[in-house]
Design a protein around this ligand. Structure first.
Ligand code: BES
Ligand code: MN
Ligand code: ZN
Length: 493
């Protein structure tokens, strides 16, 4: 989907669909009044019959409205004006996107940003409308033919011209591409999306963007440097692990980078501590942290951010096998610390222990954020709306929370107090990889914290936010929006 601007007046614009927002219990604004009078009072008539969609999430598609050039008019409910905040605007824009997807419109003109949203300006509204429309436009097609009667995609959406709007739109295109990359990788089946596939994808993206470099460590190289914790998890799989490093060099040579580290478990059976059979197929999404890192680096390159950014992905498959690691094993991680395995299904923290330590030691970042579908407990705690943010650094927590709010890709902080550390003590090693039932997300982060010592580091648990159940089940592309916003906030943007 491409975005553009136009100076043409809405009623005179020849397009497949005109998208307008409606605020409940409020007189028509100038846009709506113009459309209403051009159509001979159509909107007023619908209003008097109570047929206007006014609630957030409701839409009404009108075909061949007379008096205006557009061949469809999509009315989008925005709810009451006092309740119309950023998240409500995004929900309304997503509903608009769904309705547009089901129509045969190939191009559209979007007036959603004309409605007033508390604390949000036009640029923000246009950007979020772009992301919502692009997101809804996508139908998975990598391994399934699209239905013959499926309506075509909408290629082009225009917005009323405004100051710097072209820049806003090109930023939106870059971020939408990063989000789309993250979704494509997340949705890809685990027999295709293996650690090597992730590595090859990173190589392909790097080849497309000057300034974006890639380095891949194979298992032999990881063996040599002693990444035993990461390798232990990969040992049961026929698909060998990879450590992928994408580097965006947009800043000055020698400037400390910002680092993103992603959990890339391309399939998580649980290993010897095998998962129950129901819903195991969902564990193809266990590489969404990795996908978000790759997507964020792609967006950073497209945006040509004037900073250095490192993306590190720990890519493995967790399988049960004669060679697999087992409960009771004690593994010496790259840092030299020992981990007693209590559950091979707590594999994310094992691979991140080495990836985080390696990133700190080799790349010396100014700040490091890891992103992982780490714990089912995070889904219990926060559901699907917020990513869990855990860090001992209050300033970094604030940065990420603020970035999430701005990007409409929100996080919520959970405590990472020292008191929780005691739950991962064991007589047989420096720590165990299981903290018991209480605060499962936090005790997982406690283990990571031991490998991030001395770093300005935060952990984001995206087990609930990275993909959506139901129809259609799909990766959400989160938290690419939050991550890119955070990177931009360090780029003076
Ligand atoms: N990948 C899972 C976490 C997960 C579960 C993500 C459900 C999304 C939905 C992770 O590797 C895992 O298995 N975690 C275990 C940890 C436990 C063994 C301490 C969990 O959450 O049950
Ligand atoms: Mn697991
Ligand atoms: Zn996992």
């Amino acid at each position: 989907m491409q975005f553009t601007t136009t100076r043409e007046q809405a009623g005179k614009l020849d397009c497949d669909c005109l998208i307008v927002g409606l605020i409940k219990d409020q007189a028509f604004d100038s846009t709506l009044s113009t459309i209403d009078s051009a159509t001979g009072g159509l909107l007023e008539r619908l209003k008097s019959k109570g047929e206007l969609p006014e609630k957030v999430g409701k839409t009404l598609m009108l075909h061949d409205p007379s008096g205006i050039e557009a061949s469809r008019l999509l009315l989008v409910g925005m709810g009451k004006s006092e309740k119309l905040d950023g998240p409500a605007f995004v929900r309304a824009a997503q509903a608009a996107g769904k309705a547009l997807r089901q129509s045969h419109a190939r191009n559209a003109h979007c007036l959603l940003a004309e409605v007033g949203v508390s604390d949000r300006g036009t640029d923000w509204k246009v950007h979020q409308a772009c992301l919502a429309l692009a997101h809804s436009d996508y139908i998975y097609s990598a391994t399934k033919k699209t239905d013959d009667d499926a309506p075509p995609a909408t290629d082009m959406v225009s917005f009323p011209a405004g100051d710097n709007l072209e820049e806003v739109l090109s930023r939106s295109e870059a971020i939408a591409a990063g989000i789309q990359r993250c979704r494509d990788l997340g949705d890809a089946p685990p027999n295709i999306c293996t650690p090597i596939y992730l590595a090859e994808t990173a190589e392909r993206i790097a080849a497309e963007h000057p300034g974006l470099n890639v380095e891949i460590l194979d298992e032999q190289q990881m063996e040599e440097i002693g990444m035993r914790s990461l390798l232990a998890v990969g040992r049961g799989s026929i698909n060998p692990p990879r450590l992928i490093r994408l580097s965006w060099k947009g800043g000055k040579e020698g400037d400390a980078p910002l680092a993103l580290v992603g959990k890339g478990v391309t399939f998580d059976t649980g290993g010897i501590s095998i998962k129950p059979r129901d819903l195991m197929e969902q564990m193809k999404f266990d590489m969404c942290g990795a996908a978000s890192v790759i997507g964020a680096l792609e967006a950073a390159a497209r945006l040509k951010l004037p900073i250095n950014v490192e993306g590190v992905v720990a890519a493995v498959e967790n399988m049960p096998d004669g060679k697999a690691y087992r409960p009771g094993d004690v593994i010496t991680a790259l840092s030299g610390k020992t981990i007693e395995v209590h559950n091979t299904d707590a594999e994310g923290r094992m691979i991140l222990a080495d990836a985080i330590y390696w990133t700190g030691r080799e790349l010396k970042p100014a700040a490091m954020v890891d992103i992982a579908t780490l714990t089912g407990a995070c889904v219990v705690a926060l559901g699907h709306h917020a990513s869990g943010i855990m860090t001992q650094n209050d300033e970094l927590a604030e940065e990420l929370l603020a970035a999430g709010l701005e990007a409409a890709d929100r996080g919520w902080r959970l405590p990472l107090w020292d008191e929780y550390q005691e739950q991962i003590e064991t007589p047989f090693a420096d720590m165990k990889n299981l903290g018991g039932m209480p605060a499962g997300s936090i005790t997982a982060a406690c283990l990571l914290a031991r490998f991030a010592e001395g770093q300005r580091w935060a952990h984001i648990d995206i087990a609930g936010s990275a993909w959506r159940w139901g129809k259609p089940e799909s990766a959400t592309g989160r938290p690419v929006g939050m991550l890119v916003q955070w990177l931009e906030s360090h780029a003076g943007g």
